[in-house]
Design a protein around this ligand. Sequence first.
Ligand code: HPA
Length: 235
Amino acid sequence: MSIHISAEKGQIAPSILLPGDPLRAQFIAENFLENPVQFNKVRNMFGYTGTYKGERVSVMGTGMGQASLSIYVNELIRDYGCTKLCRVGTCGGLTKDVKVRDLIIGMSASTDSAINQIRFQGMDYAPAPSFNLLLKAYNAAMARKMPVHVGKIISSDSFYTEDPDQWKLWARFGVIGVEMEAAELYTLAAKYGVEALCVLTVSDHLVTGEATTSAERELTFKSMLEVGLEAVLSK
Ligand code: HPA
């Protein structure tokens, strides 16, 4: 048991998918894993372990935002030995070449958060994913003929920013998607010497104002999950 996760040691697999929404974790366990067993209910942050293509894989919600994700990911790595962590979520599209429902694999994660400012005493750190996981995710997306972009993302601490045009600055510097968790995931993975990746579907678009319906999100979410699962498999 750790402070926020009630699992026994050994109940969580080294490879884990991390959706923001705990009900997504339940959905993934029930629809993609064989013989899923629930390992956490604390705060309704559901977590499960089962098998995918014969390998043990876990899935657990992280909640929204870097502060919430940070608590779970610290404990998953430190207390439960997770070594391959893949966030699967949604993001806002920031450039015209990215369309709603496209897949984005986060090659770097900038942030407007103070978490790393504090951690690195005012200096900048460049949170980046595992190239190994990134390559496997990219190959899985290509094999499925999915529209995929490997690019820069921004992990914002605010969904409702004070300045509604804030995102334009990031877009000018080549950032293609906005979400709220990846920078802390990548930073923690680097700190502990493990592998992490963030795979996203574009759920809404800040340039065009387009948004996906929940039925559409469901469809693309399923393909994204396969990509995330392939990324954390050993082969
Ligand atoms: N902003 C932040 N996070 C998001 C967004 C957004 O527009 N869309 C999906 N996740």
